[in-house]
Ligand binder design. Structure first.
Ligand code: CUA
Length: 167
């Protein structure tokens, strides 16, 4: 079979990009652990308290063992519920030491929201009926803004929170 030179170049280019894209997907999925939310476990968005981790007293930051934390968050228009502090005020910021492993568990009671800790690789879509989980190691100190990156209504731009990583 005789292939024109340009045809051969295009074939190599086409197959090369396909292999490259599959390699990127494989890297993200198997190396970086990026997966869509599991469908094995679902949650009733109208009754998230039925799930222990999302009961009001379990929201926010908990140290589960030395250097390991869990952060439970209930997202709703237009707020991230991180529980209440000892004065009864809504928690707007969580603080963890540098190098800690933090498992974020987020669900929503209404529409689709985003949960992105800007400047880190924590970036999840939060869908009603599902629990979004991502474990990250906070390697760099600083203040990170948690933003909603899925348009969820008129107050979308007001939906944020803060994660502080201290030395
Ligand atoms: Cu929540 Cu946009």
């Amino acid at each position: 079979m005789n292939l024109h030179r340009f045809e051969r170049i295009w074939l190599i280019f086409g197959m090369g990009s396909l292999i490259l894209f599959l390699a990127i997907i494989g890297f993200a999925a198997f190396w970086k652990g990026t997966h869509p939310q599991s469908h094995i476990e679902t949650i009733d968005p109208k009754n998230v308290e039925a799930y222990e981790d999302f009961q009001p007293e379990n929201l926010g930051l908990t140290e589960v063992e030395d250097g390991k934390y869990v952060v439970n968050v209930v997202a709703s228009a237009f707020n991230y519920d991180l529980g209440k502090d000892e004065n009864g005020d809504a928690v707007r910021k969580i603080s963890v030491p540098k190098g800690s492993k933090v498992l974020f568990q987020v669900t929503t009671t209404d529409v689709v929201h985003g949960f992105q800790v800007a400047g880190t690789n924590v970036n999840m879509m939060v869908e009603p009926g599902h629990i979004s989980r991502f474990e990250a190691t906070m390697k760099k100190s600083g203040e990170y803004t948690v933003v909603c990156n899925e348009y969820c209504g008129v107050g979308h731009h007001l939906m944020f929170s803060t994660v502080e990583v201290y030395d």
